[in-house]
Design a protein around this ligand. Structure first.
Ligand code: AMP
Ligand code: GLY
Length: 427
């Protein structure tokens, strides 16, 4: 089968690597891809926003499955247009992608279907939002309703900060995404990411991970797309995973079906695990980045049939097989990330890592310039280590980082600290 993968990040390199191992695969195309995906198939200069061009490409290259990595094409309805043209797509429809595209939509779904989450109110004007915020106890969580590239959440420690955030959102600091604002209760506990594959009717637990959103060590500095992750998340025991499936994923799937917008693809639940059990912070309608770079190396079965079964509404009941192995990934970013990453610096030394069975180097914002590999984005490489414990995986990842020669890059030095300090010898 020919597969078209949409996207260009580390997540897509990880998806491409897993798909490329499938005996079912004939040819993998990635649009636009990166130097990592180029080594596994053909990169194509297709604009995912041009749905007609994507359909024409699929027709010309007899594509059996389209896999959509990032959220923007999902929210823009690429799945709908491809399905209407007769193609199988891994990724939800435009309506179903509202689970990520509108925080208010998701909160309303939670309320209607009894999914545990923080109390909230939706607002389309600043004055009532400010009044409501003044009645809450800080910290106050203020969110732009729409997609804001992971930046649309402000946790205000004072009423003044809350007022400034609300006013800023309605004044357009996140563009259209802030035309509506959600104010919600601050949740306490430990954060974890949980992923389930869904086929519209049924869901299968996939894996868990923990991300590190802050740029600097000790979870300080500005928020980023994610500076590192490990999988599994120790807090997501089998019992907790079962509970999340029962209390959050399955009701959401039922709710979406009842609303006439069945959810197909991967459902990414951002969770807070606290005294009240698991609570939903947010849903995403896609795989996480960098979570994918630690979950897929643990998968102990062929990914491609699973993606196809989701797309075609025929997921099996068989639980997904994961290796008894831990994975930890370190994001290597360009100096200046996240505000103004410096492009064009040269990266050397990756060839020393290719034969290490405990290391996988995923490309994200890289560019091949003849023989030279250059930084061409914010998050440039994701370096995954594998081992029997999180400590061992961490040592493998940081050992590999030390062998990369890239003066223009930086990374956090403490990925995994929470798991290692909190769960110690058990991980
Ligand atoms: P999100 O973009 O919704 O994932 O939010 C970004 C980060 O803000 C999350 O990873 C949490 O750390 C934090 N956050 C969002 N909502 C809440 C909440 N209701 N309570 C506590 N922390 C939150
Ligand atoms: N790493 C968080 C995300 O993919 O949204």
């Amino acid at each position: 089968m020919n597969v078209l993968l949409i996207g260009s990040g580390g997540r897509e390199h990880a998806l491409a690597l897993a798909i490329s191992k499938s005996p079912l695969l004939k040819q993998l195309y990635t649009a636009p891809g990166n130097p990592g995906t180029a080594a596994l198939g053909k990169n194509v200069a297709l604009d995912a926003a041009d749905h007609r061009a994507v359909i024409d490409f699929c027709l010309e290259h007899t594509i059996g499955l389209v896999v959509i990595g990032p959220e923007a094409p999902l929210v823009a309805g690429l799945t709908d247009d491809l399905e209407e043209a007769g193609f199988s797509v891994f990724g939800p429809s435009k309506a179903a992608a509202q689970l990520e595209g509108s925080k208010g939509f998701t909160k309303d779904l939670c309320r209607e279907f009894n999914i545990p989450t923080g109390a909230y109110r939706r607002f389309s004007e600043a004055a009532p939002a400010i009044d409501y915020a003044r009645q809450q106890t800080p910290p106050i969580v203020i969110k732009a309703d729409g997609l804001a590239a992971g930046k649309g959440v402000i946790i205000a420690e004072t009423f003044e900060d809350a007022e400034r955030a609300i006013q800023g959102m309605f004044d357009g600091m996140f563009g259209e995404a802030g035309a509506e604002v959600v104010i919600e209760e601050f949740l306490h506990g430990e954060e974890a990411s949980f992923f389930a594959l869904c086929d519209g009717e049924r869901a299968l637990a996939f894996a868990s991970a923990q991300d590190h959103k802050a740029r600097d060590d000790g979870d300080t500095g500005p928020n980023t797309g994610g500076m590192g992750a490990y999988s599994p998340a120790p807090v997501m025991t089998q019992e907790m995973s079962d509970r999340v499936m029962r209390e959050i994923v399955v009701p959401a799937l039922k709710g979406m079906k009842a609303r006439g917008m069945p959810y197909k693809g991967v459902l990414f639940a951002g969770l807070m695990i606290g005294d009240r059990g698991p609570q939903l912070i947010e849903f995403n309608a896609r795989f996480g980045d960098p979570e994918t770079q630690v979950m897929l190396p643990r998968l102990d079965q062929d990914l491609l049939p699973l993606l196809l079964e989701c797309a075609e509404g025929r997921l099996p009941e068989t639980p997904i097989k994961l290796k008894a192995q831990e994975a930890l990934t370190v994001v290597y970013a360009a100096e200046g990330y996240p505000d103004s990453p410096v492009h064009g610096t040269e990266i050397k030394g990756l060839n020393t890592l290719v034969n290490d069975p405990h290391v996988i180097v995923y490309h994200a914002g890289t560019k091949q310039d003849g023989e030279r590999l250059l930084a061409n984005g914010g998050r440039v490489l994701t370096i995954t280590g594998l081992g029997d414990t999180i400590m061992a995986a961490k040592d493998a990842a940081y050992g590999a980082v030390a062998r990369v020669d890239w003066p223009g890059g930086f990374c956090r030095r403490d990925i995994g600290w929470r798991a290692i300090t909190k769960y110690g010898a058990r991980v």
